[in-house]
Design a protein. Structure first.
Length: 335
């Protein structure tokens, strides 16, 4: 066990040492900009890395492929097509492809096997080979602190908000709001983080499959809907978020009135049940007391009835005793 642990430590140390020296001697020279304290684990596959910028403190796992597809007439002073922020963690075998603008915010975390691109996978079927046709794309943005699960595909034009989470195996084709959790193919928001209670709440409209969709998930109250709307506005800070908050406030007002009516009805029913229980208990106590009184009266009557019989019996016994004492005297007198 000790030898195995030592071997594991030596292997990890060798991997870190190899990545540090390969980065310093070779990989850092490939990119248009490469920040300090960044590290790339070999092997690394690149295409036009001069149009990519890597921030500081970035970790890139083994087997990744980073490629850009600049236009034919390009300038050396043109901005990078692919920009990786500071403190980004990229797992192994991740593919980043940029044709227009691919931005990964600071502190983002991308797990193994992801594909993130801003290129449109379109072309003329009757033209030349697809890889020879000019590529088009739409800007793709990964927000600061976002977490992209393993095997996720992020397509062109997608925008993942700050601190958002995308579960593994999802396909993102659109916008994921900040402070939300998304999953599916295509990915949709299923949870919203409430900063007030620090809990993940079900997202509006994320009901069970086949649900008609009234904007609120079954089982979530109006107050939760209002908090979800407030969190959406605070995180996104857009007009759409403000409109969602207004809708949530309207729903919350109606829901509060209904909740008050339900609470009043429940309180009245509970009071009625308590009164019934008290009345039943009082009636049982009264019946018990009456029964005790009847038993006491019967016992008293029996005692009263028994007293004359006992008196008569005692008198008879005394008379019998007196008769027995007188009989010997009369015999002597007769003799």
């Amino acid at each position: 066990m000790a030898m195995e642990s030592r071997a594991v430590r030596m292997h990890g140390g060798w991997q870190r040492l190899k990545a540090r020296w390969m980065t310093r001697l070779w990989y850092a020279r490939l990119f248009g900009r490469f920040g300090p304290r960044s590290r790339v684990a070999p092997p690394l596959h690149v295409l036009h890395p001069e149009r990519a910028a890597v921030g500081s403190g970035v970790t890139i796992g083994p087997g990744c492929r980073i490629e850009t597809h600049p236009p034919p007439l390009r300038s050396r002073k043109a901005p990078p097509l692919l920009a990786i922020g500071d403190r980004v963690r990229i797992g192994g075998h991740v593919r980043l492809v940029s044709c227009t603008s691919l931005i990964i915010g600071d502190g983002a975390q991308i797990e193994d096997g992801c594909l993130i691109t801003d290129c449109e996978y379109e072309g003329a079927p009757d033209g030349q080979a697809y890889f020879r046709q000019p590529k088009t794309g739409r800007p793709t943005v990964i927000g600061e602190g976002a977490w992209i699960g393993a095997g996720t595909v992020v397509l062109a034009g997608s925008r993942i908000g700050i601190r958002a989470i995308v579960l593994p195996g999802s396909v993102v084709d659109g916008d994921i709001p900040p402070w939300t959790l998304a999953a599916g193919q295509p990915a949709r928001v299923i949870r919203v983080f409430d900063k007030t209670s620090r809990r993940w709440l079900p997202a509006a409209g994320a009901g069970a499959p086949g649900d008609a969709g009234n904007g609120i998930v079954p089982g979530i109250g109006a107050m939760d809907a209002a908090r979800i709307a407030a969190s959406a506005e605070a995180a996104a800070g857009t007009d759409a978020g403000r409109e969602a908050r207004g809708d949530g406030g309207t729903v919350a007002g109606a829901g509060n009135a209904a909740a008050e009516r339900v609470a009043a009805g429940r309180a009245a029913a509970a009071a009625e049940q308590a009164a019934e229980k008290c009345a039943a208990a009082g009636q049982a106590a009264a019946e018990h007391a009456a029964a005790e009184r009847i038993v006491a009266e019967h016992a008293a009557a029996e005692r009263i009835a028994a007293e004359p019989a006992a008196t008569d019996q005692a008198a008879a016994e005394r008379a019998a005793g007196s008769a027995g004492d007188a009989s010997p005297v009369d015999g002597k007198n007769a003799g």
